[in-house]
Design a binder for this molecule. Structure first.
Ligand SMILES: [Zn+2]
Length: 483
């Protein structure tokens, strides 16, 4: 520790403050410049001051020269690998908030090193977004140059805070020597059907000329402040991560993470068990509208595929609802409803998914003029477009069962659609008394030959299950129930 003696002045309040501050910070840090200010006053009591510029520079040099943080590849010490969450160097430098990420891993690494481990604490100099930055701010620099500059600055900043990295093992994934392997890996995934090209609706900023995630958009304005952000259908490459949903879920059981974090992971994986059901579609222009006239081969009509986790409630379906982004919205909409549906889908395109999933928000929707046929009882179901249905969930179409799904219930009440109870605890029809959707167990009613069958919920079911959960399901099995 470097100390410096300064003149005394008994009882000086500044010296007391300096001591208290030093005690509070456990002798690790004092505000840079504070020491000079004290020296100039020359009225202070003798006290120990820590000069960060001197003490930190001295020891960082010593660590560097002795190779303190170098991880040895051989030796008797047990190995410990500490991998940080990689930084996204979209800016020119790190900010203090980044330390919330890198200091805890630094502490863990130091602790393990002092416990006798051979620690590898590594850093990735990955650069990606600087291409966008150079385009945005019209800098004269090439992406390569800004990338290198930012990399150097990040390295300088991490050295400044004294992070204990093994810099000899820095990986820079913006270098061709590295990303040629990323490309090799991609082609491997492609050949195995795990990378595929598809189109989907994405937020698009016309100024940034790039896609944005939902949380980067608010009220049609991008996080950089550009107006005019809308949703566009954009082709992109995807990884078939759903193929690994089961393995990921099973792996969670084997790791020692807090249960809260595991739950977040499970929700992110978003595995839903259910079935896909095909509903034949009839246009309102067709004259065949009475019940029991639709025993036609499945291929005669176009159909809507619906994913549901509750096929046991299918007799209670009273409408179908499509996400505004559903690819069949335009072709299913009748001429009379066309302009109203167009206006509705345009409005929905400016809303974020978080807004759309908001449970307290009044339900909105528009009738397409088209009907579908319930394959189990040939009942005619009006097809609506509703923004509470998300395109990423299942097929982007749900069967509305108001008596047993709260969102469907609110939607049906909003638009005076029928509510039909098919599960009751008592085995009696209580449709008229229903104040909210019933999610519990009971006996099937109004379900033809299935009446009287008991309905049991899996023990892991949430108290208020919704078949419209935000994340995409891993499709476990598919049933085609076309009549
Ligand atoms: Zn923008």
């Amino acid at each position: 520790m470097i100390t410096r003696k300064v003149n005394r002045s008994r009882g000086n309040i500044h010296c007391l403050l300096a001591r208290l501050l030093g005690l509070f910070l456990r002798g690790n840090l004092l505000v840079i410049g504070f020491d000079d200010w004290f020296l100039k006053r020359r009225r202070l009591e003798t006290c120990t001051l820590i000069i960060p510029k001197e003490i930190e520079a001295k020891w960082q040099l010593a660590w560097e020269e002795s190779g303190l943080y170098r991880a040895a590849e051989t030796g008797d010490k047990p190995k410990f690998y500490c991998l940080d969450f990689f930084p996204y160097p979209s800016g020119e430098g790190l900010h203090v908030g980044h330390c919330r990420n890198y200091i805890p891993t630094d502490v863990i690494s130091r602790f393990m090193r002092m416990q006798g481990y051979n620690v590898l604490h590594r850093w990735d100099g990955m650069r990606l977004v600087s291409r966008l930055n150079s385009m945005l701010w019209n800098t004269a620099f090439t992406p390569r140059r800004t990338t290198d500059q930012n990399t150097a600055n990040f390295r300088r900043q991490m050295t400044l805070i004294g992070a204990g990295y093994d810099w000899s093992r820095e990986i820079d994934s913006s270098r061709p020597e590295f990303y040629r392997w990323t490309q090799w890996f991609f082609t491997l995934l492609y050949r195995r059907g795990l990378a595929y090209r598809d189109t989907s609706w994405q937020w698009w900023c016309p100024t940034c000329q790039t896609t944005l995630s939902s949380h980067e958009v608010e009220g049609g304005v991008c996080w950089r402040g550009h107006p005019g952000v809308t949703k566009r259908k954009i082709p992109a490459w995807y990884f078939r991560i759903t193929a690994y949903a089961d393995a990921l879920l099973a792996g969670l059981e084997e790791i020692d993470w807090p249960e809260k974090v595991k739950a977040m992971q499970r929700n992110w994986i978003g595995r839903s068990e259910g079935v896909e059901i095909r509903f034949p579609v009839v246009s309102s222009q067709l004259s065949v509208v009475s019940e029991n006239q639709y025993h036609l081969p499945a291929d005669t009509f176009p159909h809507l595929t619906v994913f549901t986790t509750r096929p046991d409630t299918i007799y209670g379906a009273t409408f179908l609802a499509l996400a505004p982004e559903h690819p069949l919205v335009e072709s299913l909409t009748t001429l009379e409803q066309s302009s109203a549906v167009q206006a509705y889908t345009a409005r929905a395109a400016s809303l974020s998914e978080i807004d759309r999933m908001e449970t307290h928000r009044e339900k909105t929707g528009i009738f397409t003029g088209c009907y579908a046929i319930n394959p189990v009882n040939q009942a005619l179901l009006p097809v609506w477009v509703a923004d509470y249905v998300l395109p990423a969930y299942g097929s982007g179409a749900v069967m509305g069962v108001p008596a047993h799904d709260q969102r469907d219930f609110e939607f049906a009440r909003q638009f005076n659609l029928p509510v039909l109870v098919v599960i009751t605890p008592q085995g009696a029809d209580n449709t008229d008394a229903l104040q909210e959707a019933y999610h519990g167990e009971g006996i099937l009613i109004n379900s033809a030959e299935f009446d009287g069958l008991p309905v049991k919920l899996p023990s892991s079911a949430s108290p208020t299950p919704s078949k419209h959960a935000a994340s995409a399901p891993a499709r476990c099995f598919t049933a085609c129930a076309t009549g």
